[in-house]
Write a protein that binds this ligand. Structure first.
Ligand SMILES: Nc1ncnc2c1ncn2[C@@H]1O[C@H](COP(=O)(O)OP(=O)(O)OP(=O)(O)O)[C@@H](O)[C@H]1O
Length: 584
């Protein structure tokens, strides 16, 4: 419930729309109530006057009630139309806000804070849960408020005619609008919660299986995955069927209470008329008015039923938004220093929840313009060093500075604007080649894009495509080969003139010819920049290249490659191993 109240607070900027929507909703219900009550009375009264003779007919004022009927009928239509417009406007505004809030909350968590999440589950929270919450005002909050306000006004209206009739109407409305829906809520809580969880699991499984379809097919595992999705789908259908049955029960019980209340008005009205407390035609007013009054509570069973699922969705979304970002952001960044020397003193880094630090006591100084190669076995902490520099993960001890400024004092966006990363895993987004290039520099013109493609040796490939720069690359670059995707990332890098170039084994897995081209292009990009390159390969290192070797998160060697490979240290051992493996 706390989450739903928090959700309501997000409506604050749209309170005028919200209040107008509720006001128009109340007006619609009251206009319908007045229309039926007046019509009932008018019909009954004209009937009575009809049999009472000529004099009574002449004395009866037909015009005012007839005008009233037309007025309420028109008011009802106009109020309903305007109400729908206003409600939907408020809903769309909230949806847009919710999506912005969710995205803004998610962004600081990436990539380290989301490492344990399933992509499909995140998608579920961002799309399905938020869509569900978007309906909160329209289908839950607004019906409750309209029902409460309209029920009180209508019961008061009846109470003016007769307190007993007012009480009876209020009782009927409370039973149909609160007791019956509460019963269906109790019955529906478990299947509603199960449906939300099952939908999320099924979506996550589906996203996994679509992304890994090739792997599933080659492992003959697609059948097992299909069975898993099928089982989740069957369980979801069972939960939804149960919910539909409960909703049907709620609607039927609500109608029954409405009918019984209307029927009960007849003997009550009769007794009141016998006691000369009301005129005969008012009995019709009470009966038809009571029937119309239940329009106010008709949406409540559905609203109560949605409440459970919405509370679950709100919890899932807010749970994501409440996670502290792995890195605290300063409010602003200091001025960019004149020289961008990098210095790490006793730096340690531990990922959230990890037992061991990924980097421990790192002392490293890299002067502006220097080229450094980072070596180390898998899991040694090489990528973690990049994560530290890019402030994807904070360091827990030591100091890390750039040009003498603490990394923690620089906003993530400002810090990352100093770096270009080229890695072996490149995210290619569904869209055109141009879209993917413009990510790196949104204001780049076509001439700049072609220059970058030339640098990355991809220009001929793009020219040969009928769509040129506007050719589609497919989901995750499915229409590109691995080497082309890698060169696209290189073209992106060529568009970013940043002082630092971080290379994370970008030539790994390329054929020798492509690799040679790639390296030449990289050398062009590296000129005049500080370059930190991770590699497992030693064959491209020259003797005077500076290498830093990591093992279990610590620096175990730092010096010129030629000197280090002559000695007896870890670089020499790695070098010998490499030579042996080349001989095999
Ligand atoms: N997001 C994360 N959460 C928890 N632990 C992590 C995370 N990323 C990496 N690690 C752990 O930190 C350690 C260092 O990982 P890192 O990715 O820096 O290694 P690496 O040297 O780049 O390895 P490789 O050459 O295989 O890419 C490993 O033990 C790894 O399991």
């Amino acid at each position: 419930m706390r989450d739903l109240i928090r959700l309501l607070r997000l409506y604050a900027p749209y309170r005028v729309w919200v209040l107008a929507g509720i006001g128009l909703g109340v007006l619609t219900v009251l206009a319908n109530f007045a229309l039926l009550a007046l019509s009932g009375w008018f019909l009954a009264a004209t009937g009575v006057v009809g049999v009472a003779g000529y004099a009574a007919q002449n004395a009866f004022n037909f015009f005012t009630p007839a005008a009233g009927v037309r007025f309420f009928a028109t008011l009802r239509v106009l109020a309903r139309y305007a109400g729908r417009l206003v409600d939907h406007e408020a809903t769309f505004r909230l949806l847009a806000r919710l999506r912005m809030v969710a995205y803004a909350g998610l962004e600081p968590l990436a990539p380290v804070g989301l490492a344990g999440e399933r992509g499909g589950d995140l998608l579920s929270r961002l799309v399905a849960d938020i869509d569900r919450l978007g309906d909160f005002f329209l289908r839950v909050a607004s019906p409750f408020m309209i029902a409460a306000a309209a029920a009180l006004v209508m019961a008061l209206g009846f109470a003016i005619v007769s307190p007993e009739a007012g009480l009876l109407l209020l009782l009927g409305l409370v039973v149909a609008g609160v007791a019956v829906p509460l019963a269906s809520l109790g019955l529906g809580r478990r299947p509603a919660g199960a449906a939300v969880a099952l939908q999320a699991t099924m979506r996550a499984d589906l996203v996994d299986s679509v992304q890994g379809m090739a792997e599933l097919l080659t492992c003959n595992a697609s059948g097992a995955m299909a069975e898993r999705v099928d089982a989740a789908s069957a369980a979801l259908l069972a939960a939804q069927r149960r919910l539909a049955a409960i909703a049907g029960f709620g609607a039927a019980a609500g109608l029954l209470v409405a009918g019984l209340t209307m029927l009960a008005m007849l003997p009550l009205g009769g007794a009141l008329a016998d006691a000369h407390r009301i005129a005969g035609p008012v009995i019709a007013l009470l009966a038809l008015g009571a029937m119309a009054a239940f329009e106010a509570v008709a949406p409540l069973p559905a609203a109560f039923q949605l409440l459970g699922g919405m509370a679950d969705s709100a919890r899932r979304v807010f749970d994501l938004l409440d996670r502290p970002p792995p890195v605290a952001e300063p409010a602003s960044s200091p001025r960019r220093p004149a020289r961008l020397d990098l210095r790490l003193d006793g730096v340690s880094l531990r990922y959230p929840g990890a037992a061991h630090p990924a980097l421990a006591g790192i002392d490293l100084a890299i002067a502006e313009g220097e080229h450094v190669t980072i070596l180390g076995r898998s899991g040694a902490g090489k990528t973690s060093l990049f994560n530290l520099l890019l402030r994807f993960a904070p360091h827990e001890a030591g100091t890390a500075t750039i040009g003498g400024v603490d990394l923690a004092a620089i906003r993530g966006d400002d810090l990352r604007s100093l770096f270009t990363v080229v890695s072996q895993t490149t995210a290619i987004f569904a869209g055109t080649l141009r879209d993917n290039l413009l990510l790196a520099r949104p204001d780049a013109d076509d001439a700049a894009l072609w220059r970058a493609l030339e640098t990355a040796r991809l220009a001929d490939f793009v020219r040969a495509r009928p769509g040129g720069l506007d050719s589609l690359v497919g989901e995750a670059g499915a229409k590109l080969s691995g080497g082309e995707a890698r060169r696209l990332s290189l073209a992106r890098a060529a568009l970013r003139a940043t002082p630092f170039l971080l290379l994370d084994e970008p030539t790994e897995g390329l054929d020798p010819l492509t690799e040679a081209e790639f390296r030449r292009a990289l050398a062009g990009l590296a000129a005049g920049r500080t370059v930190i390159a991770i590699t497992h390969r030693l064959d491209h290192l020259a003797d005077d290249d500076r290498v830093v070797m990591l093992a279990e998160g610590r620096i175990v060697a730092d010096g010129r490659f030629g000197a280090l490979r002559q000695g007896a240290g870890p670089v020499a051992r790695l070098s010998r191993l490499r030579e042996m493996s080349l001989r095999f």
